[in-house]
Design a protein around this ligand. Structure first.
Ligand code: 5GP
Length: 198
């Protein structure tokens, strides 16, 4: 793929399930005007989610067709079960308009994006401890026990990859020990990044 320079900023935000990423992104949106990339997924829609707003909920055949039509900027198989992918066109269009575009994606996808677009900026959100994350996954009562354990195993693997020495996917790590503090840190990081001209 040829590398193209865009005026906007592609901001990747990753972090394990239950770390509080969604709330941090909502807080960030109160301070900054950005476009949020709506991903496609083959996982089932939850009651609180709306198709086309939270995700494009696709069946596997359609997802595979989008892959073959090269419609994804990146895609990954997550939890050994579901596909998730970032539709390319919407992201590129908004970057061309000079906007900040936020991707909430996991590590494999973030690696692909950074390979193609090194000018993107990567933030990884960490829990205060692995035990705290495990407890949050239990407390939010969203998943069945086996799903919680799968998400936790995935989380540990993601944290190891994202914090490995020499990794080039993430520019910064933020510990979500306290929502207000972490949110302020993220605001500060984005403000600094926007001052840079490269
Ligand atoms: P959830 O099912 O909890 O909404 O998301 C599960 C994981 O998939 C999260 O870590 C989230 O960041 C990741 N994810 C969501 N959309 C995408 C995407 O388009 N691409 C990739 N690679 N990961 C995604």
């Amino acid at each position: 793929m040829t590398e193209t320079k865009h005026q906007g900023l592609l901001l990747i935000i990753s972090g394990p399930s239950g770390v509080g990423k969604t709330t941090l992104i909502e807080r960030l949106h109160q301070k900054f005007d950005f476009a949020f990339s709506v991903s496609a997924t083959t996982r089932a829609r939850t009651e609180k989610e709306t198709d086309g707003v939270d995700y494009f909920f696709l069946d596997e055949i359609t997802f595979t067709q989008w892959i073959s039509e090269d419609r994804f900027l990146e895609y990954a198989h997550v939890f050994e079960k579901y596909w998730y992918g970032t539709p390319r066109d919407a992201v590129q269009q908004k970057l061309n308009e000079g906007r900040i575009v936020v991707l909430d994606i996991e590590v494999q996808g973030a690696e692909q994006v950074r390979r193609h677009m090194p000018e993107a900026f990567g933030v990884f959100v960490l829990p205060p401890s692995e035990e705290a994350l495990h407890q949050r996954l239990i407390d939010r009562k969203r998943d069945a026990p086996d799903v919680i354990e799968r998400r936790f195993a995935q989380a540990r693997a993601e944290i190891a990859t994202a914090t490995a020495e020499g990794q080039t996917t993430y520019d910064v790590h933020i510990v979500n020990d306290d929502l207000d503090r972490a949110s302020q840190e993220l605001d500060g990081i984005l403000s600094e990044r926007l001052k840079r001209t490269d």
